[in-house]
Design a protein around this ligand. Sequence first.
Ligand SMILES: Nc1ncnc2c1ncn2[C@@H]1O[C@H](COP(=O)(O)OP(=O)(O)OP(=O)(O)O)[C@@H](O)[C@H]1O
Ligand SMILES: [Mg+2]
Length: 624
Amino acid sequence: MGMHMGGRGFHMHGEDEDEDAVRKVPDRVIALRLLQFPLKYKWNTLLMIFTSVIQSAIALAPPLLIGMALDAANPLNEINSQLFSLVIIGFAAVNVLTFVTTYINRYMTNWLGGKMEYDLRSTMFKHMQKLSLRYYADKEIGGIISRPTNDVDKITELISSGIIELMSDLITLVGITLVMFSMSVDLSLIAFSIVPFMFIWMYVWGGRVRRIYRETRKTIASVSAQMEESVSGIKEIQTFSKENETRREFQEVNIRNMDANVEATRVMGAFWPVIQIFTAAGQTLILYFGGKSVIEGTITVGVLFTFMNYITRFFQPIQQLSMFWNNVQSAFAAAERVLGILDTPIEITDPPNAYELPPIQGRIVYDHMTFGYNKDISVLKDINLVIEPNTTVAFVGPTGVGKTTMANLLYRFYDPLEGKITVDGHDLKDVKIESLRKQMGIVLQDPFLFSGTIMNNIRYSRPEASDEEVIEVSKAIGAHDFIMRLPEGYETDVRERGGRLSIGQRQLVCLARALLSNPRILIMDEATSSIDAYTELIIQQAMNQLLKGRTALVIAHRLSTVRNANMICVIEGGRLAETGTHEELLEKGGLYKTLFEMQFKEAGTSLPTTNNNQKETVPASGSK
Ligand SMILES: Nc1ncnc2c1ncn2[C@@H]1O[C@H](COP(=O)(O)OP(=O)(O)OP(=O)(O)O)[C@@H](O)[C@H]1O
Ligand SMILES: [Mg+2]
């Protein structure tokens, strides 16, 4: 689609929704896999199909019965009052049966659709929870979310109501054809002489209708993508005063959508009336030739009535069948995207013979470890580092050098490409992930809180903790005061992503959350934005206490943290450039000294706020 915002060339989602996209999985494979869902509920599916067959079959009866009644009661014929009563009873019975089967069929269709939706969504959700961070790293949230929602809708619609419609259309067509031919071959041939013209029309105009509808879907996708990004980026848009420009861009896609809609109405507007003309032509022919036959006495009035009625009903199923293939195509495209998620292997998972990590001391070893987010670009190269239990290690280095990556690897969000990481001698890859992560706590650089109260957010790491324990931890790290100043204290709702709190406050809450579970290993990726000097002092005092008795990895952006660490690791160019204490490294006069003088010293207590969005400026790949 090539849509751009603010001229910055953002890639918009909605593109992977494109139905023209070449599908890789053969139809047969998709069909077989989709059929597994209704097959899970064999009896319900059978009942649904059965009622649908009955329903469409008996829907053919009324015109026939009315025709018979007309003939039976026609004074020109020999009046057959017994047949007449029978037909009337039959007519009533048909209506009762229609009601019963329609009800059961509707209920079963929706029941099955609902069940399938539920099944598919929970299966997907379960799988999506386990997919690695690598999978999500390069995906648009909107694109991913549309799969368990819109795509699943499309699939269940096809399987529950689509297939039933197909069946009933076929039954109607075949049924009408059979009955008509059995009543009068001549009249049937006259009626069907219209069909070829109708097909030509549907083929020619139907193609246009499909194309224009595809266009309306594409343009509305652009409209919502544009809308979505403008809302999430509203701060940036206003910061750079791009409101007018953004509005103009929106206007453009909005106009394209309107044009497509108008065009769709125009094209579609001609479609049905022409079909109706064909139907009317068919009726006229039947009325003329049928009427003549009635006068000649070759057919009865009842037969003519039945024919007139059937011909009106004949063309709708044809029309629906011609559209059915498109629905199949779009549902299959949706299915491919859904299966794409379900078939993505879970990268980080317990090996078959994984064992519980016993309670650890917290001795961490990076052993000839090499890692890159892509196989060919290594971020960290041949890292050898031993972190003794109960020590605090600070990682420092330029932005984008791989400090956060070091932490990601220890948490086993990713696996090393070469070498290994061990905790107390256990290779991370050998132990059960849960037993590893349970003993660690992490405060991410980009702190995330769930919407809900502060209390519940802190308790997230140990749900059984009491209110008192939560308050105690918050006091220990100096978060209690600011929390109490909030309108509802610990019961304050922080809103989506913790949007009501400042970034520093969010980090404090995250720190409390990490500490509540009393982890043996604590990883703290300091936010690059600085906390005020007073808060920093409080945190620092608390940290000295809290870090004692555990192994701590601190990715430091603050002088105080660095200074108090037992060991400082300077990362540069993907390698460990220097290690030592603050004094040792200053004395050595190497990289740390330069860094210190450049960044820490003049900033006083904090590093200058390095902007995270500028990571690409230092793609510290370790290759030399
Ligand atoms: N999910 C990812 N996929 C691909 N590359 C990534 C990913 N995350 C980080 N990188 C790249 O890996 C390198 C190291 O990133 P990392 O986040 O570890 O840097 P950092 O040292 O923590 O930087 P900062 O001080 O800005 O937080 C960067 O060049 C970055 O572009
Ligand atoms: Mg980082």
